[in-house]
Design a binder for this molecule. Sequence first.
Ligand code: NAD
Ligand code: UGA
Length: 464
Amino acid sequence: MEIRNICCIGAGYVGGPTMAVIAQKCPKVKVTVVDINEKRIKQWNNPDVEKIPIYEPGLSEIVKEARGRNLFFSTDVDKAIDEADMIFISVNTPTKTYGIGKGMAADLKWIELCARQIAEVSKTDKIVIEKSTLPVRTAAALRDILDSTGNGVKYQILSNPEFLAEGTAVEDLRNPDRVLIGGNIDTEEGREAMEALVNIYASWVPREKILTTNVWSSELSKLTANAFLAQRVSSINAMSELCEKTGADINEVSKAIGMDSRIGPKFLKASVGFGGSCFQKDILNLVYIARTFNLKEVADYWEQVILMNDHQKRRFAANMVQTMYNTVAGKKIAILGWAFKKDTNDTRESAAIYVADYLLNEQAEIVVYDPKVTEEQVYSDLDYLGSRSGDANRQAVTVVDSPYEACEDAHAIAVLTEWDEFKELDWQKLYDQMLKPAFLFDGRRLLEPKTKKDIGFEFYAIGN
Ligand code: NAD
Ligand code: UGA
């Protein structure tokens, strides 16, 4: 089966970059990315490619090459569904904020809306692909909805979870460790659909890296991968606290254990806590699924990864307050970095939000500098927590566009995102502008300690 026309519902952090790379690598396939968010689509269509809504190294170049050739962004969802042979569903699946499973389960209302729209609009057979991260067995619900119209249109449902990390999305998509495709291997049509998707990826991914499984394994593998990754961060962060009490250094411990090939060196960097839109939501979802099957020990085991992460963010902020003579009331604190990791403008669940909130509760004045995050985003993140009024957030928090301005007359600096540019700042100049003693809290183990201490900073780094 040859695929000529792909539609992707959801022009977000996954849909946008993934489809851009497919369009680049498969120039004969027409790829249309649709979204109900008009502003987002307008931004994707901005003639100035530097202004597309998602910042990822290398992405604007690809969009420049493929947009208007075989890559299109549109709000006409019905048309794109109607024309497509293959439909990726790449909409958001956040944690539920209401009803049963509130605060734990994935909210599948956007997925269901997509399925209903596909069922309503389609006149020809379609391959429907779960690209969003979903609870195991969601494909069964999709099947029910898609088949409910009884209009004779046939659907093949595949699971094709995405493993890209933000900040390296383009590189991860171009050169993935593996591509996972789950489908119905028991039927001829199921196997054909899987082969059609394999062929898309095989345009640039070696076949041995394209793994096919049954649908349930594929759905569950995505949740498992994120749980394992987050668990590594929580494990090393747990050790970072012990390091601080014992004189061990977490970077040395990470290196020592990472050289064991069974453990491996990646994802062992201690931090102020993991953020991002997915680790927490996917583990909460896993915990919820385990609880619904009455697997109490399994649920409790994975929940601990989240509890440890919450503790890490809280203890970092508490340590700042304690170190600064148990009060930060009225003190100006510069936060360098608001994104949840470097090289992205995404701030979802960023540790910086929670550290700032803690300090604001202690009546600190906060000044934020991040090279890619807008003022509007910082306020919206704080407002979303609901800890205080929007006015109170705007009164206590200032967002500036220079790190030097942020640190002027500050009592302390907290480095909360590992942006490379922070390493290169003129730290002597920053020190000279600050009130003394000048405190510097490195939540990322980004800065070289000795030179900072030599300048005169009261220097504190996580895990040391
Ligand atoms: P996102 O919020 O950036 O984008 C989702 C988009 O879907 C939004 O623009 C929204 O307007 C649109 N949308 C929602 N319902 C729609 C509908 N009915 N019709 C048309 N458009 C609709 O989300 P994201 O970060 O791209 O994540 C999408 C999925 O991919 C999630 O399930 C997430 O868990 C998963 N995932 C994300 C990442 C990541 O790095 N962000 C990585 C792997 C997997
Ligand atoms: C993560 C996974 O790495 C992707 O494979 C997955 O596709 C994605 O989630 C998803 O499903 O959304 P992402 O959240 O974009 O990707 O970024 P990561 O590089 O995994 O970082 C997550 C958080 O952990 C960041 O806050 C980062 O700073 C932190 N982290 C990561 C550490 O604190 N230490 C580490 O050693 C690694």
